[in-house]
Structure formats: C-alpha cells, structure tokens
Design a protein around this ligand. Sequence first.
Ligand SMILES: [Mn+2]
Length: 415
Amino acid sequence: MRLATKLSVLALSTAGALAHLHEQERLGIELDELVRLQAEGGVLGNGVGEDIKKPSRWLEKYGPQYDQPFSGPLSFSHLPYHTCLEQEALDYDIAIIGMPFDTGVTYRNGARFGPYAIRSGSRRQRASREGYSMAWGLNPYESGLKIIDCGDVPVSPFDNALAVDQLEVAYNTLVGRKPTHITGTQPLGKDGVEHPRIVSLGGDHTIVLPILRSLYKTYGPISVIHFDAHLDTWPAYAGTTSPQSRVTHGTFFYLAQEEGLMSNTSIHAGIRCKMNGIEDLENDASVGFKLVSADDIDDLGIPEVIKRIRERVGDSPVYLSLDIDVIDPGLAPATGTPEAGGWTTREVKRIIRGLAGLNFVGADVVEVSPAYDHAEITGIAAADIVHDFLSMMMAPVAPEGGYPYASERQITDEL
Ligand SMILES: [Mn+2]
C-alpha cells in the first residue's frame, strides 16, 4: 500500500484517525491489513470483530436512516408530509400548506414555484436539530404543538375563478379540523371552539382573498398586519373588463373590504411603492389600513414600529400576510414586483419577533418567484421567516431585548 493512501486514510479526521488506531489495536493487525479489510467490508465502527468478512447491515451498524439537511424528500423543515385535504381524520395544531397560484400578477409571474422554493430554503431547519433559535429562546418544533406539512392545494392554472374557490375550500377544510392540542383560538372564533392555525406558502398575493373569505366564516371580520412594498388596496387596474379581472394581487384587500371580511383596524408595514397619486393613500385609508412606510424604520426605530402595529390591531383576531417584496430586492430578488429601498431581512425578523402575543389566527409568505433568485437567497429568507411565524404563534409574549440569556452569558464570560 502506498504511503500517500495510508496517510489519506488517517487524515480523514481526528475522530476517524483515532478510530483507526483503536480498531488496529483491538484487532492486533497492521495498518495495511486494516485498510484492506475496511475496503472489503467495513471493520470500523461498532465492533464487528470476527464478522469482518460478512456483509454488514445498515441498521445494526449505523442505526436509523435519517435525513441530512441536503437529503430526503422535500417537505418544510423535513416535517411529516401529508395530503391533509383528503385525510379527514388527520389532526394538527399548525398546518403548512402550499398555494401555487400565480395567475393574478401584474408583472413577473412564477410564484407557483414559491412553495417549492420555500421548502427547499428550509432544509437546514429540522425538528430535532437546528430548530432552536437564540433570538426566540425556543424551538417551535419542540414546543408541544403538532406542526405538519400539508402539501400543496391543487389549483387550476387555467381558470382563476375556479382556482380561488379551490383555495377557499382548501382553507375551510384545514381550519375546520379539531386541533391536536389547545391552540388558544377558542375565544376568537364565532363557534366558540379551538381551531388549528394555517401557515400558507404562496403563490401570488391574490391567495389572501380566499384565505380572508375562509377566516371570516370562522372568526368574523379580522385585522390584517400586511408586510409589503405595495398597498394592494387598489380598486381595479386600468383596462379591467370583467368582474373576475378585478381579482388580482394588487386589489384583493379592496375586494375583501367590499365583502366586509376585515375589521377597520389593519396596518401595512414597509410601504414604498410608486403610486398614482395621493388619492391612492386616501383610498387605502378607506379600506381600513394605517401604514408604516419603509423610511419610518430609520425615523422611528424598530421598537416604535412594533408599538404602532400592536396598538393598531389590539386584541382582535389577527392575520399576518408577508409579501417577500417588503425585503429589499438586494436581499430577496426573487419576487414579482421588486421595489428598491426595502427593509433588510434582519429588520423584518426583529419586527415579527416584537409581534408575539397578538391573537394570530394564520399567516402567509407570498410572492416568492424562484426563477429570479440567486443562490436561493430569497427562498432561504422566506423559510426563515416561516420559522419566525411558528415561534411567533407559540411565544406568549415578545422576547425582551432580542436575546434571552445574553446577559447571563456575559456574566459567565466575566467569571
Ligand atoms: Mn403584495
């Protein structure tokens, strides 16, 4: 055996080299012989000893076939994947559902691949490992609520009216199930019972209209916290020629207000789009929104932004909708209508953290359109925000000061 090969075997890692020495000593053989035997059938590991020439079995030698961050079938954070819409006996506390609808956009389409991109961006989160967040001081996957990935709603890519109805029926189906545990929604619902909460992966922003229609049936009118570069409260676009063509990713809140689905206590965060004029803001107020602009974060600071959002929605049932274009396109380029000058991912995450303890009945991330992405940065950002949503739904109050235990760590260091 050539020396270089021997050295490369020993250099695999410190642990590997120690394992070699241990095995060599235990078996009383020279290194060359050890390497040869290893090549023939595996002599390292949990003491195969006299069985070294027999085929070894994975389970007895290495244990379960676990998924690594880069392996396994694609579900959000490697969570159990179920076709929930058809499995009527299935229960959960939080369901993650993909809504691959993107035929309501005004500019770039492609958000039908958003659920795929967000799941792909979530692969380094796992329920049992890499789920704990220092910022939240908890692991949402191990906090006592059952979270599953419910797959995607089969939506028509040919008929928007049909697709919007499919999305509403899917949401009714998921939110109508009895949750596995207590979710805290009982006082909020019209029927006085607990409901699971749904985290939707868009899809373009139009999906929020069928979601609000469904939530209205369960909770009555609700407040919306809307992270977005755009208002999405426009009555219609020029050239509209049919009732259906009013249903778009920029008009759905106007329609929701027409239908009485929202209370008059909603708020935008991160607004910076170009408008037709001041009349757009007057219309926006009539739809029931106040707003925090993109620039407000510099002038007010994050704590004041959080305070304004919390005060606006109060104790009402709240739905959180986050258009990924609220983040600057430099940090999240893969979206349908990018706007320069947005918030950073870190700023958005910190604001979300400040919203824990509100009466959330559901949330979404929309407008991720991965054909415009680079190195998956938008999908990774969206997946990280979903992790924050899960923590936000579980934490009873917003964590103080950003990092729980940070002061204790400092004291330990000084000792
Ligand atoms: Mn939007």
